[in-house]
Design a protein around this ligand. Structure first.
Ligand code: HAM
Length: 428
């Protein structure tokens, strides 16, 4: 038997109803905050992720699904392609490629789709997972650098969490500085690491040389006490980064969005500047980050585009669904009516009736004329239909139908024209 690939999974009904519920809620929220959908390809040039997420990050150095595409001619080299591990790089690439800065105002874009990381699978961690994300990006003159944008994005997330009924979350907030203050911090961090790095894991020894900030991603337990004592970016922020971060916090307080400051939060991607954040949720165990994001003011320029400060986030939809209280049963729809054709030639009549009812938005499951009435009624009950509608020769002649309420057992006769209204009047 061929099975699904390690780290991937099938999403089946009724659980898919929860996914649809989450996506519909997200689309509703994006609409009222004036975000519009962008769809970028799942395959991109590997170089895109190296230059944005960063070569030294775990995501790019360990977790990419990447391959050399077949060369077109003997003399040519194939292009290195990758399955996207995240969507911010693709959005910024598209922003540049389509000169989206020529459009008025800020680009407020959202996406919903699969991402791929070759991580060790565990609860809440998959190799194909889904993100619901958004990015706000634009020229500085359009206000893209403003702390008000950071606050709006964070407040929008709280609105979404409320709408889907996720409570018990914690917003962790930090500022990771910018191109101006980070070099001073890196120097201090490297200096501090010089004495202790020999006691750390081999990954950290490499990171200390190539990209010291990445030591904060280390998960090795023995390294944690050492990492705890390292200098923090928050002590090295320059005046403009400090003021920006303070303004974000002020607006959040006035919006009554609760947050905690976490100076260890550096996020596992290199493009971040200034505001960085994660929402965690207690019920999820080790993989407790339900979403993460932050600013990336230099990313567009890094990818060869114009200056275009931006900020965004991605929700881990798999984890979001796990945190939802609502049961799949509660959000998935059941048929309003099961049509039971009774006897030869009645499939045709049942199909016509089904078509009429569906035009009135009634959810119809069609039975089969070869079933006896008993089997039809049993099937109708098993699939959770509210009503059974019996379609036999006599009913067709009279143009009236027996409608049985499967919860109460009550059966009434309803003229054809009144069926949809009657069925809908008893909807749950
Ligand atoms: P990220 O923190 O790498 O950020 O991923 C965002 C969220 O995706 C995580 O908080 C987690 O919920 C979910 N996630 C990540 N990896 C997995 C996995 N293997 N299995 C299940 N869920 C996972 C980004 O991807 C950035 N692009 C976010 C962003 C947008 N920053 C600015 N704009």
């Amino acid at each position: 038997m061929i099975k699904s690939v390690r780290g991937t999974r099938d999403l089946l009904p009724p659980e898919t109803a929860v996914w649809n519920f989450v996506e519909a809620a997200a689309r509703d929220v994006f609409r009222i905050y004036n975000f519009h959908e962008i769809r970028t390809p799942i395959i991109e040039d590997l170089q895109l992720f190296k230059r944005s997420v960063g070569e030294e990050t775990d995501i790019v150095s360990k977790e990419m699904f990447a391959w050399e595409d077949r060369a077109r001619a003997e003399s040519e080299k194939g292009q290195w392609l990758a399955l996207r591990p995240e969507n911010t790089a693709g959005v910024v690439r598209a922003y540049i490629e389509h000169k989206m800065w020529e459009r008025p105002g800020l680009q407020k874009l959202f996406y919903i789709g699969p991402q791929f990381r070759r991580e060790r699978p565990q609860k809440g961690r998959y190799r194909q997972f889904y993100q619901i994300g958004a990015e706000v990006i634009g020229p500085t003159a359009a206000g893209s650098e403003s702390p008000a944008v950071d606050a709006e994005v964070l407040e929008m997330l709280v609105t979404l969490l409320d709408r889907v009924g996720i409570s018990g979350w914690e917003l962790q907030l930090n500022s990771v500085g910018d191109a101006n203050c980070r070099p001073k911090y890196f120097a201090a961090l490297q200096e501090a690491l010089r004495d202790v790095v020999k006691n750390m894991c081999s990954d950290c020894q490499r990171r200390a040389e190539t990209n010291p900030l990445r030591v904060f991603d280390c998960k090795v337990p023995e390294d944690q006490p050492i990492i705890e004592k390292l200098p923090r970016m928050s002590d090295y922020l320059d005046e403009s980064c400090r003021t920006h971060f303070q303004a974000v916090q002020d607006i959040l307080r006035s919006l009554e969005v609760p947050f905690v400051l976490n100076s260890r939060l550096v996020r596992g991607l290199d493009y971040y500047t200034r505001t960085a954040f994660e929402f965690t949720h207690g019920a999820l165990g080790a993989q407790n980050a339900i979403l993460g994001g932050g600013r990336y003011d230099g990313l567009s320029e890094n990818l060869g585009g114009p200056p275009a400060p931006g900020i965004g986030f991605a929700i881990g939809e798999d984890r979001f669904v796990m945190a939802i209280q609502e049961s799949a049963e509660a959000v998935s729809s059941k048929p309003d009516v099961y049509i039971a054709p009774l006897g030869a030639g009645m499939d045709r009549e049942a199909a016509r009736l089904a078509r009429e009812l569906r035009q009135h938005d009634v959810i119809v499951e069609l039975g089969n004329e070869s079933f006896r009435l008993k089997k039809s009624l049993e099937t109708a009950s098993k699939i959770g239909a509210r009503f059974a509608l019996i379609v036999g020769e006599n009913e067709i002649k009279a143009n009236e139908f027996a409608l049985k309420n499967l919860a109460t057992g009550e059966q009434i006769t309803v003229p054809r024209a009144g069926l949809a209204t009657k069925i809908q009047s008893v909807r749950g």
